[in-house]
Design a binder for this molecule. Sequence first.
Ligand code: NDP
Length: 261
Amino acid sequence: MDLGLRDKVAIITGGTVGIGLAVAEGLAAEGANLVLVARDHDRIDAEASRIADKYGILVHGVAADVATAEGCNSVISGAQKAFGGADILINNAGTGSNETIQEATDEKWQYYWDLHVMAAVRLARGIVPQMKKRGGGVVLHNASICAVQPLWYEPIYNTTKSALMMFSKTLSTEVVGDNIRVNCINPGLILTPDWVKTAKQLAGEGGYQAHLQGVADEYATMKRFGTPEELAHFFVFLCSDKATYSTGSTYFVDGGMLKTI
Ligand code: NDP
């Protein structure tokens, strides 16, 4: 099935590992050119050249911290210089937290607000005008099931992802007349290298797999983590011209983890 993505330009923040990398590869496999964004320069270079060679597409790497205004400006100008603008923006960069409300500092709250919310705000301000000139586009926000079903140990993550979900809805109404579709995806447990690293820290080399299975048994109805690829298919579909009536929504990809209807 032709998804109509060939020669589109897609920006993926946090595109060098885990979910972002799987989305980048999913779009590349459909012939989209990429702007790959993360902080680690070496990992960007390595993944950019590997993906470009594997799929025969163009990949422009931008080393930037999207939790800062300067970092977002680099992404906006990078897309403009490399491709004359972008058609697709995937706001994916993010990370879990671990704190109590009683003890977390203002600085910590501010950092996650900047990373999870202001990055999406700043990139929308810069990339939506590029999309308008190109006749339309797609913006996807990778929030989390924690936006609506919180985990007790990460109140800052829960709160900022919830704000991102509302931002997505609000942006969708602002740009619907410009042929720009905006949606939010709330994943459940997705097995990325970060989960493996944390599990090894908690349970050691010998016990990390049992630890991860315990997490899956406790939270996911399917009793397993999803793979980044299983989630990426959903992102690619929402970017495609097969999803032209989908905007302003939040979709859960969570193996049955959500406890409400
Ligand atoms: P990873 O930690 O595996 O990857 C995060 C990516 O984001 C990396 O490419 C990292 O590269 C980049 N990144 C992190 N901070 C910044 C920053 N300040 N500026 C630019 N790039 C940054 O994460 P996952 O793949 O697990 O998660 C991706 C998204 O999915 C996150 O938003 C997360 O909250 C969400 N999510 C994940 C779930 C899961 O189970 N894995 C479940 C629900 C939601 P670098 O370090 O080089 O900057």
